[in-house]
Design a protein around this ligand. Sequence first.
Ligand code: PLP
Length: 385
Amino acid sequence: MGQSSKYGHIIQYIKSQFPNQDFIPLHEPRFMGNEKKYVADAIDSTFVSSVGAYVNRFEEMMQEITGAKYAIATVNGTAALHMALIVAGVKQGEEVLSQDLTFIATANAISYIGAIPVFLDIDRKTLGLSAERLEFFLQQHGKQVDGVTINSKTGNRIAACVPMHTFGFPCEIERIAEICNEWNIPLVEDAAESLGSYYKGKHTGNFGLLGTFSFNGNKTVTCGGGGAIVTNDICIAKLAKHLTTQAKMPHAWEFNHDYIGYNYRMPNLNAALACAQLEQLAAFIENKRELAENYKNFFEKVEGIEFVTEELDAKANYWLNAILLKDREARDSFLTEVNSNGVMSRPVWTLMHKLPMFQNSLHDDLTVSKCIEGRLVNIPSSVRI
Ligand SMILES: *Cc1c(COP(=O)(O)O)cnc(C)c1O
């Protein structure tokens, strides 16, 4: 008793939201629609690989959902981001401005190119890249030379900006897009977590040159593994499609390639699953927002815990619900008690600049990121049946 039952009422409440489940995972997929039908159909068609009707249909559905003119299906979200950075023109040795609090894939995709990630701080409210910190960094270090922005300290070109919509909460994307425009820096949104999230009525991923999504097993909508790139620029779209399909030049039988391409196209088998899942996106989001509303009302009455909510201009998908505890000690005792009682909860990712690969990276002072890292915990967020 005493210390060991400190969070008993929270455990009970979370369990009440997922009745008839002994163990409550953080986020599990739901297959309640045409999944089996479409996957079986893809198998019957023999088109299980990177050519097939479902891949094309998936791209059309993504265009419809995001409002972007073009969508390109990829094998996963990390590949989508890697490709987006390539077609945005990022080259080895150039700098890419992103955020310190993110999933490792953001920083990895930048590193695949040999580009240098610069980890800026996040905004306290949105948990995504801080527009203020971005602007401050550029005012301090940015220098425009012939329409290109250079980091005056390092002499490197600042080749892109990659904000991430953390847990599906839209970041200050309109302001970030304005700043990127002013400095002529291509904006690539890592929207992996924010399918179904909007900022001022516009879908995330659609504010800059490119946006990328993930359909990994733990995301709002999954196809096992998959990703998507969206853009409104036809040249960018064509290049992305070309480079994700081994840069093969169209011909009835000849094999000719004009670039070093990638085998990054989503297989039709996965696309079949993705199409069935996307059909349920609106219902999933409604379901998830209802859970978030319940959590919000519950945590309002819990002292010492803050439930993270969307900002006024934003409509979040509430992919992963998040709470903030008082400090790291409270966070750790919460994690210990909750996880040992059949309710899965997890801390946020270790900050990028602390990881061995990025120890010598360029970064901001990171006051907010450090504070959030020690306090944030994700709690069960699956669609409820
Ligand atoms: C999931 C995720 C990715 C990568 O997606 P995969 O499909 O797993 O490769 C990239 N960025 C962020 C922020 C993610 O959460």
